[in-house]
Write a protein that binds this ligand. Structure first.
Ligand SMILES: [Zn+2]
Length: 434
């Protein structure tokens, strides 16, 4: 499919089922040597296929064990021509060997993603397109896969990624970290963090918690990070079972990145987060990482839900009620600056005007307001049933806005949601304004 906001990202004709990434990183020279073993299934007969890889030098490509021809074009297309055509339904492996200094990408909204060098290490962040900077793949949220990510770094450093740490070995001055992600993951929430991390393990109701914190952030982040089990248990009550086999966090230094990101299993925070931010990024494990947008147009299904999770947390913990927050936003009293208050109404949450706007306020705050309107219409019992049912029914899959509105309508067949959808989800301007 062609993404309406990032039409050059992702490729048709095949479905990736697994990525095996073997990476060797040298922070001093910023050089990455990588091998990507991609397992996929052909969705039609293929004489060629495209992968997304930005920068880096490709040394060789093999398909089904045979050397394949390849060429690079455009900003990030790696076109591979297998020696033998692939038939529809064929399961095949692609092996790409590559190296270079992975790039930092500036997004249409000006934020930085891709490979971010940090003090003594590096941090890989991929929303929306950054993962193409460090491994070749089908970089679109609609193609999720399992992963094995093995990273070798100079001894003394740690390399943290998604999923569970299977093995940690040392030899010849290198430390090798072997991570396994068993559940489907969209490539934009894959991460690698190389640094001097202190790793701590605990449990949240039987769920393994692995936290990696830069030593100089330990004291400041300890209290909030220590509440991960409490947040996960609260979220399970409201959203249903935690969708993955482990959780945790990666706390880097302020300035490592300009924002936090809900990287799967283990969200990344540049510096110690507040409790609301922790709640937001953990809520994304259900809404975003497990139920993943079909395209970047559906970003509000991520951010509206994660923002509403913050409101629910506050409501349940002696803060403002969701109704209070809704009212303040509606009246323009929520933000200090008038420009921020007005920005909430800049465009409809389900129709950002361009790629530069997919992370703007209408997608977050007004997206959460859509959910509040649904809650108002159906009452708490059905609303929480919708939150849990949406996460359960679409678990480890993809969904778009139409899927969501159809689901809500099915759960409350006697309600008429047309005004909510027309005014709040798709309508221009502040609903009810003259
Ligand atoms: Zn978010």
């Amino acid at each position: 499919m062609r993404d309406p906001y990032f039409p050059k990202s992702g490729n048709g004709g095949y479905d990736v089922t697994h990525y095996g990434l073997t990476l060797d990183y040298e922070p001093g020279t910023r050089r990455l040597v990588g091998k990507a073993e991609i397992e996929a299934r052909a969705e039609r007969d293929l004489s060629a296929l495209n992968l997304d890889l930005k920068g880096m030098e490709v040394k060789s490509v093999e398909v089904a064990g045979k050397a394949a021809r390849f060429n690079r074009s455009g900003d990030h297309e790696l076109t591979v021509r297998p020696r033998d055509d692939l038939e529809k339904g064929a399961v095949f492996g692609v092996v790409v060997r590559y190296s270079g200094a992975p790039e930092t990408i500036t997004d249409p909204d000006g934020s930085k993603e891709g490979w971010l060098p940090t003090e003594g290490g590096a941090l890989a962040l991929g929303e929306p397109t950054g993962s193409m900077a460090w491994f070749p793949g089908n970089h679109h949220p609609s193609d999720k896969a399992s992963y094995d990510i093995t990273i070798s770094v100079p001894e003394g450093l740690k390399a943290v990624s998604n999923g569970e740490l299977r093995k940690e070995t040392r030899s010849g001055g290198r430390a090798v970290f072997d991570w396994h992600v068993g559940e489907p993951m969209a490539s934009y929430v894959a991460t690698v963090a190389v640094g001097d991390f202190e790793m701590r393990r605990s449990e949240a109701d039987g769920l393994p918690v692995l936290v990696a914190v830069e030593p100089d952030q330990v004291a400041e982040s300890e209290d909030v990070i220590g509440r991960i089990p409490e947040v996960v248990e609260w979220a399970e009550l409201n959203f249903g079972p935690y969708p993955f086999s482990s959780t945790g966090a990666i706390v880097g230094r302020e300035g490592d990145a300009g924002y936090a990101l809900e990287t799967q299993n283990r969200p990344v925070f540049p510096g110690a987060p507040g409790i609301e931010l922790l709640v937001h990024e953990l809520a994304h494990q259900w809404y975003g990482n497990s139920v993943t947008p079909e395209s970047w147009r559906d970003m509000w299904l991520n951010e509206g839900f994660a923002t509403y999770a913050e409101w629910l947390w506050a409501e349940d913990h002696g803060g403002d009620s969701a109704q209070d927050v809704f009212d303040a936003l509606y009246e323009g009293d929520y933000f200090d600056k008038k420009a921020d208050s007005d920005a909430v109404w800049a465009f409809p949450p389900a129709r950002p005007p361009s790629a530069a706007h997919i992370s703007d306020s209408p997608v977050y705050e007004r997206g959460a307001m859509v959910l509040h309107k649904v809650r108002e219409a159906v009452g708490d019992e059905v609303f929480y049933d919708i939150l849990r049912g949406w996460a359960a029914g679409r678990r480890h899959g993809n969904a778009d806005t139409d899927d969501f509105t159809a689901y809500v309508e099915k759960k409350a067949p006697d309600e008429d949601f047309s005004e909510i959808w027309e005014d709040w989800l798709y309508g221009e301007g502040r609903p009810g304004s003259p």
